[in-house]
Write a protein of this length. Structure first.
Length: 187
């Protein structure tokens, strides 16, 4: 049962820097979507040990919860990419921390918190093209279908959302909001 402070909290609008945000997706909904993705992925990788690669910073919470739901043998690594300045994409995706692991012949699943324009996963797709992988798959907790115009297939999608800026559960607005356990939408 939900406690009163939680119900009150759900109704509360928050402010980060100069912007106001309203509650959008609850912690329970996030957890169900992640659990569903983990179940789907473990079904597809029963015969092998996939390497999950989380995209920092945003994906740290998704990856942490995803790993708790993924019950089969797997490996985990991170890569750090960034392109957003405030609420706008800079269209330039920078790799800030790379991978130093040999992934030859491995099945890799990239785990993103959000796919918006798709610039980040396009850059990742290029980055992994010469790594001689067995296969490369993309998983994301959030997808904005109206914003995503690339041809790269997104294999696992948690929740499709409208094309509005969100924060919380790893996602920030100018550095703030990553520690929120629910997701908020720009008011
Ligand atoms: O599809 P796109 O338009 O490329 O947007 C998606 C990317 O934007 C965010 O990262 P950001 O560049 O904000 O860095 P961060 O993860 O450190 O917040 C998010 O974590 C994704 O990686
Ligand atoms: N915080 C945040 N980062 C993003 N990166 C791409 N889209 C978004 C979004 O809606 N919110």
């Amino acid at each position: 049962m939900l406690s009163l402070p939680f119900i009150l909290n759900l109704k509360m609008e928050i402010q980060l820097h100069d912007k106001h945000f309203v509650p959008f997706i609850s912690a329970d909904e996030l957890d169900s979507a992640i659990a569903k993705m983990a179940k789907q992925i473990s079904k597809d990788f029963q015969e092998e040990v996939p390497v999950f690669i989380g995209v920092l910073n945003g994906a740290f919470m998704v990856v942490s919860d995803f790993m708790k739901h993924y019950k089969n043998p797997c490996e985990l690594s991170f890569i750090k990419m960034a392109s957003y300045d405030g609420m706008e994409t800079t269209h330039e995706v920078k790799q800030l921390i790379g991978l130093n692991q040999d992934l030859t012949g491995r099945s890799v699943v990239i785990i993103e918190d959000i796919v918006d324009t798709g610039n980040t996963i396009e850059e990742l797709h290029k980055l992994f093209a010469d790594k001689n992988l067995k296969q490369l798959k993309f998983a994301t907790l959030f997808l904005k279908p109206e914003a995503y115009k690339k041809d790269i297939k997104i294999d696992y999608i948690g929740i499709e959302i409208e094309n509005k800026f969100i924060v919380g559960f790893g996602l920030d607005y100018d550095g703030l909001g990553r520690n929120l356990s629910e997701v908020y939408q720009l008011k």
